[in-house]
Design a protein around this ligand. Structure first.
Ligand code: TTP
Ligand code: MG
Length: 425
């Protein structure tokens, strides 16, 4: 009988994967604007600002992150300088994150462009861990429309991170368990996390310049001389890192609320604000791939008395219009005995978005109608999100946001942009 696991790593082996996008901000700029491809591109804010990052073409001239823009201009006068679009980078980051979740249930986003995954025991799904890494790189490339990343795979977290940097860009480096001692022996101390310039100088003053030098000293030496940092270095030099993946927990609810300059009983005005909140909350949910079921209306009266009203939708949604309708029906049920000072709209009961669920309580024709409507709304939201992503939030506005009447609105009828307080959470 053949062994089922023949040819694969034993399942008990731990594998950590570190994924780091290549020249992240600059690559996104080059992806969105083909004219920038192959050019020395520097992303950084303002003439007196610093470089956020630059393309690999610019790195050849010595430009790097955190360098003053002025210096980058001196080193690379023909470079193209762009200010950067954080919102777009965050959006890409979320796309990458969602790809990573297809490869492991344990994903930790360590920053906007890097993540750790627990890749242990995935052989039956993806084949040997190296193949899983290749598959993941391809999936990231496809989902982002062409961005590359570099992957490091190792038995512990800190080694995985070091490895992802070794074959950049578009690299993959696998450090096998049996190769760890040899790898560490040759590892420069400055590559070990926690070993900065000062620590390095202090070590050099003691004649400690390599991992074997570190291992040659006793635990009590490290504790006595360098305390916690010393013991930390000794552990790393031994290849020890007990840190596990800390998965990011998605938000449990999304909401937006506004306090008005003047208290109001004008229902049209309040509905207009509900639509605005529904747009913001809906857009955030769609960006995060979430859909919720419980809609909450919050009202604070002039006396500061605050009430909330909730309703449960027949199915999870992230559609602006559906949220808005739910908010309006909750508002309709209120008598507004006092003028309103604040209105808020929230949604909870999240789950990752998936096809609309069937409900046994829903009569079939009704359900079909609702599902149809939800699909149409999702198309509209998708189109609006895309337009705003490309051309900015102000490029397109729902008609109703122009027509709500209230004396606090500007002449052209637009809801004021900056009320007293505006909050999202
Ligand atoms: P990094 O992963 O450090 O850099 P990178 O992705 O641009 O390049 P590499 O291929 O070497 O990984 O950082 C990710 C992003 O974070 C980077 O694109 C821009 C931003 N960033 C800053 O804004 N300031 C900084 O000082 C650094 C280091 C990064
Ligand atoms: Mg990077």
């Amino acid at each position: 009988m053949t062994n089922f696991f023949e040819g694969t790593e034993p399942l008990s082996l731990r594998w950590f994967m570190h994924v780091d996008m290549d020249a992240f901000f600059a690559s996104i700029e080059q992806l969105d604007n083909p004219e920038l491809r192959g050019k020395a591109l520097i992303v950084g804010q303002g003439r007196r600002g610093v470089v956020s990052t630059c393309s690999y073409e610019a790195r050849k001239f010595g430009v790097h992150s955190a360098m003053p823009i002025g210096e980058a201009k001196r080193l690379c006068p023909h470079g193209i300088f762009v200010p950067g679009r954080l919102e777009r980078y965050r959006e890409m980051s979320r796309i990458v994150e969602s790809v990573l979740h297809d490869f492991s249930p344990l994903v930790e986003m360590a920053s906007v462009d890097e993540a750790y995954l627990d890749a242990s025991g995935m052989e039956r799904l993806f084949g040997p861990v190296e193949e899983m890494g290749m598959c993941l790189k391809e999936a990231v490339r496809r989902a982002t429309g062409g961005l590359t990343c570099s992957v490091g795979i190792a038995p512990v977290k800190f080694l995985a991170k070091i490895c992802s940097d070794l074959n950049k860009p578009d690299g993959l480096y696998l450090l096998r368990h049996e190769d760890v001692p040899r790898f560490l022996e040759k590892l420069e101390l400055s590559r070990i996390p926690g070993v900065g310039r000062k620590f390095l100088a202090a070590l050099a003053a003691q004649g400690i310049r390599s991992v074997p030098d570190v291992l040659a000293r006793s635990e009590s030496f490290w504790e006595r001389r360098f305390g916690k940092a010393g013991l930390g270095l000794l552990r790393r030099a031994q290849g020890i890192d007990g840190r596990e993946i800390v998965p990011c927990t998605p938000p449990k609810s999304e909401s937006a609320e506004t306090t008005f300059e003047r208290d109001t009983r004008d229902r049209d005005f309040l509905r207009t604000w509900l639509l605005r909140h529904a747009e913001r909350v809906g857009a955030r949910m769609r960006r995060n791939g979430l859909a919720g079921r419980t809609v909450t209306l919050k009202i604070k009266y002039a006396s500061f008395h605050t009430i909330t009203r909730q309703m449960s939708l027949p199915a999870r949604t992230s559609n602006t219009e559906t949220l808005y309708e739910a908010g309006c029906s909750l508002l309709e049920a209120l008598s507004l005995e006092e003028p309103v000072r604040l209105i808020g709209l929230g949604i909870s009961g999240f789950e990752k978005e998936r096809p609309v669920q069937l409900s046994l309580l829903d009569a079939a024709p009704e359900r079909e109608k609702r599902e149809d409507r939800e699909k149409r709304r999702a198309c509209l939201d998708g189109a609006l999100d895309e337009l705003r992503r490309r051309y900015g939030g102000a490029v397109i506005q729902r008609g109703r946001l122009f027509t709500g009447k209230d004396e606090t609105q500007k002449k052209e009828g637009v809801v004021p942009d900056v009320p007293v307080r505006d909050r999202e959470s």
